[in-house]
Design a protein around this ligand. Structure first.
Ligand code: SF4
Ligand code: SF4
Length: 444
């Protein structure tokens, strides 16, 4: 099994072993042992849930620092549409995009614009009627990875079209190459991200060999600098090109609304996504044509690398959507890019949840797991550092934990040992008291 790149990491020094994160992880990828959390790398899908939940900020996402852009001669920024929801509504998209350029970029291209192109390609693909229904959006990389590790039967339902981020990077790179006649190695395209999963998908893409994006910068990291530029900015360039359809992608349901079908379902929040994926596996959603599943509650606006509360950001974004509607910017043009949008890579099942690749061995381990699980208290208290009693039973059969990691089993064991010692003590011969015995002998 190949190694995964992960943008979500743990800062051990900050971790207090509170176990808050273990139960929220959708793939049971976290254990707390010796008072420190540990991420089981193969299982982590970089959903960022643990970043959001950790009260001590011990979980982080690895992204690029702003200074990284200086390694390129020509610097391009492609902001996610969720960026627009982070600022007061008095700042238009042109204000925000101009401030971005003032941060040190030579060019800016809206990912929202590329989202419209992806929407158009999706409409056409679904229209051909050749896709397995329900079609599951591939816009959220954490959901795609979740399907890869937990729902292999749904891999064929994934929409195999490049993400708006990749399309944006490809378009702008081609444009710059054509217009500026630069060496491709001199052009650096940086995505401004609301989440960790996108950073992972750039470093380790599943849909292609190499991403078109050269770096990923967190919205959180540049927010204050951008705010300062907005507050002190004097000039504003005309930079917006996207229509409302593309901006709307930042909201749950935004991608679906562009598809001209009422038979869609939009779900956000990784645990709700799991419920819906299970419904699809159980053939309960036969009437649905398109599923838009987003790992973060509130969609990309609720990403762990954003600044604003997702609900507040949604209200702010609405203003930008309405403004784009009023301006009547043309939407849905795809030019000749359609064919280029289909994935060149293949999504493979990653059987990281399997007990063993040998079927007979896996069955034996499963049997052992069930018997261990039966003797555990079933309280799922998390005090052992595993998310549930069953997960501890699994760790025991995998050889990475012991029964006595369960405090109830440990207490039982201590109690048993204590009563065994009392029993043993009762069976012991009386203690020899030579001094007293000698005295008594002399007196008699
Ligand atoms: S939530 Fe997890 S990572 Fe954060 S302090 Fe608690 S155990 Fe450590
Ligand atoms: S990023 Fe998500 S999958 Fe990875 S350890 Fe955190 S909660 Fe689990």
């Amino acid at each position: 099994m190949g190694t995964y790149f992960h943008s979500v990491t743990l800062n051990e020094e900050k971790c207090r072993g509170c176990t808050n994160c273990i139960k929220r992880c959708p793939t049971e990828a976290i254990r707390v042992r010796k008072s420190k959390a540990r991420i089981i790398n193969e299982r982590c899908i970089d959903c960022g849930e643990c970043i959001r939940i950790c009260p001590y900020h011990a979980k982080n996402a690895i992204t690029d620092k702003l200074e990284t852009i200086n390694s390129y001669k020509y610097k391009v920024v492609i902001p996610a549409p969720s960026l627009y929801g982070q600022f007061k509504t008095m700042y238009t998209r042109n204000h925000i995009l101009t401030a971005l350029k003032q941060l040190g970029f030579d060019e800016v291209f809206e990912v929202a614009r590329a989202a419209e192109i992806v929407s158009d390609a999706t409409r056409k693909l679904i229209g051909k009627g050749e896709l397995k229904k329900p079609v599951i959006s591939s816009a959220c990389p954490a959901v795609v990875r979740l399907i890869q590790v937990r729902y292999p039967n749904l891999i064929d339902n994934i929409l195999k079209l490049e993400s708006p981020m990749e399309v944006a990077a490809k378009i702008v790179k081609n444009k710059v190459l054509h217009e500026k006649k630069l060496d491709p190695a001199d052009i650096g395209v940086f995505f401004l991200t609301p989440c960790a999963a996108k950073a992972t998908s750039v470093k380790a893409p599943y849909e292609m060999e190499k991403s078109n994006v050269d770096g990923v910068i967190s919205i959180k990291d540049i927010y204050l600098k951008l705010l300062y530029l907005l507050e002190h900015g004097t000039s504003t360039e005309q930079l917006e090109t996207a229509g409302f359809e593309g901006i709307r992608w930042a909201n749950p349901g935004g991608e679906s609304l562009a598809l001209n079908t009422e038979k869609f379902l939009a779900v956000d929040g990784i645990h709700n996504v799991i419920t819906i994926l299970e419904e699809i596996e159980n053939d309960k959603l036969e009437d649905v044509e398109f599923i838009e599943a987003l790992a973060c509650s509130g969609g990309c606006l609720g990403g762990p690398l954003t600044v604003e509360n997702a609900y507040v950001a949604k209200t702010k974004l609405k203003k930008h959507i309405d403004q784009a509607k009023q301006k009547g910017i043309e939407v849905g043009q795809t030019d000749k890019l359609d064919d280029d949008l289909v994935w060149t890579g293949n999504i493979e099942y990653k059987p990281v949840m399997k007990l063993d690749s040998d079927f007979a061995k896996a069955m034996k381990m499963l049997e052992d797991l069930e018997s261990i699980n039966n003797i555990l208290p079933g309280l799922d208290c998390g005090a052992c550092g595993a998310p549930s009693c069953r997960a501890l039973a699994e760790d025991i059969v995998r050889g990475i934990a012991n029964e006595t990691d369960c405090i109830f089993k440990l207490r039982e064991k201590v109690r048993d040992l204590a009563s065994q010692m009392i029993e043993l003590e009762a069976k012991m011969p009386p203690v020899l008291d030579r001094e007293n015995d000698d005295k008594q002998e002399q007196e008699s």
